[in-house]
Design a protein around this ligand. Structure first.
Ligand code: GLV
Length: 325
């Protein structure tokens, strides 16, 4: 006898190839053709029927949604971050939550490195100027940027992405210092020749400060006015993690007052878009949360979220558990 197929709801109309295994095994609902994603209210209406939810990093999975989902067994989040999910409530309800650490590590580190280069060598700014006749010329003492070679990068959050960034920084001739909740094993520190520092020491000693920590209530405004005040006047701040880790208003003041050299931001505190004042500043490079936005990674992440669900239902244990370990 053929059992009833499990039902999986995917909130976003992703490329299908990565989902082929999932589609073979279960009844998978995607938004209809031509529709980018299901809204929160649409998911709220539908979720009571589903055994699995595949949410995106910006889709809120809150208490109300979980309460509307009596059959839900697994939330497979399409992201390494899971601050969009009420993890403690999901745990209380016995719902497994999973994420996608492996596919996002290298591309996010690439994005951080790209922002570092772009801010320090003013690549985006000079590209913009070059498009306006007369706005820039070739000269020896104009258009000056900052070298990376011999400088110190301070990585806040030395997990997988932080370490992938450390490798890139080393290949550019930088020294690595880091701050983390827990100090790394000596063998890992040795790999990057990395020095563990308190947050304040790191801020005072680094030429580049990169935020690579997860967002939680403990890391809200990890970098605020006081911390920006500790940074060197030629330092650069990079955030490819989550916007609220940095106090955006304090950052704007620091940039305006030339207290730091510049910033590279892939994420913003107040939603998907930067505060308007940032748009006026040449020493800021911004991207619309594209840290994992490559064609390859989109396929890899789809396969990974699928594997988390399949392994869970087949009793092999998901690939990457966030709770119920
Ligand atoms: C992207 O922001 C992610 O958390 O994977």
């Amino acid at each position: 006898m053929v059992g009833i197929r499990k039902k999986v709801l995917v909130t976003y109309n992703m490329f299908r190839p990565g989902y082929s295994e999932l589609i073979k095994k279960y009844d998978v609902t995607f938004p209809p053709e031509g529709k980018e994603s299901f809204s929160y209210d649409e998911v709220l209406d539908m979720i009571s029927e589903y055994d699995a939810l595949q949410s995106m990093f910006n889709f809120p999975v809150d208490k109300q949604l979980i309460d509307a989902a009596p059959k839900l067994k697994i939330i497979s989040n399409y992201a390494v971050g899971y601050d969009n999910i009420d993890i403690s409530y999901a745990t209380k309800k016995g719902i497994q939550v999973t994420n996608t650490p492996d596919p996002v590590t290298e591309p996010t580190a690439d994005q951080a490195m790209g922002l570092i280069l772009s801010v320090c060598r003013r690549i985006s700014e000079l590209d913009r100027r070059l498009r306006i006749p007369g706005a820039v010329k070739v000269e020896l003492l104009g258009n000056l940027g900052l070298s990376l070679y011999g400088k110190t990068i301070g990585i806040i959050g030395m997990g997988r992405i932080g370490q992938a960034l450390a490798r890139r920084a080393l290949s550019s001739g930088m020294k690595v210092v880091y701050h983390n909740r827990r100090r790394l094993e000596p063998a890992i520190e040795n790999l990057y020749n990395a020095t563990f520092l308190s947050l304040d020491e790191l801020l005072m000693r680094s030429d580049i400060v990169s935020v690579n920590a997860p967002f939680s209530k403990e890391t809200y405004h990890l970098i605020g006015e006081r911390e920006l005040g500790l940074m060197k006047s030629q330092a650069v701040l990079i955030n490819t993690a989550r916007g609220p880790l940095v106090d955006e208003k304090a950052l704007i003041e620091a940039l305006k007052g030339k207290k730091i050299w510049g910033a590279g931001l892939d994420v913003f505190e107040f939603g998907d878009y930067p505060s308007p004042e940032l748009l006026e500043m040449d020493n800021v490079v911004m991207n619309p949360h594209t840290g994992t936005q490559t064609i390859d990674v989109r396929h890899e992440m789809a396969a990974y979220v699928s594997r988390n669900i399949i392994n869970f239902f087949e009793g092999n244990g998901p690939v990457a558990k966030v709770n119920l370990k």
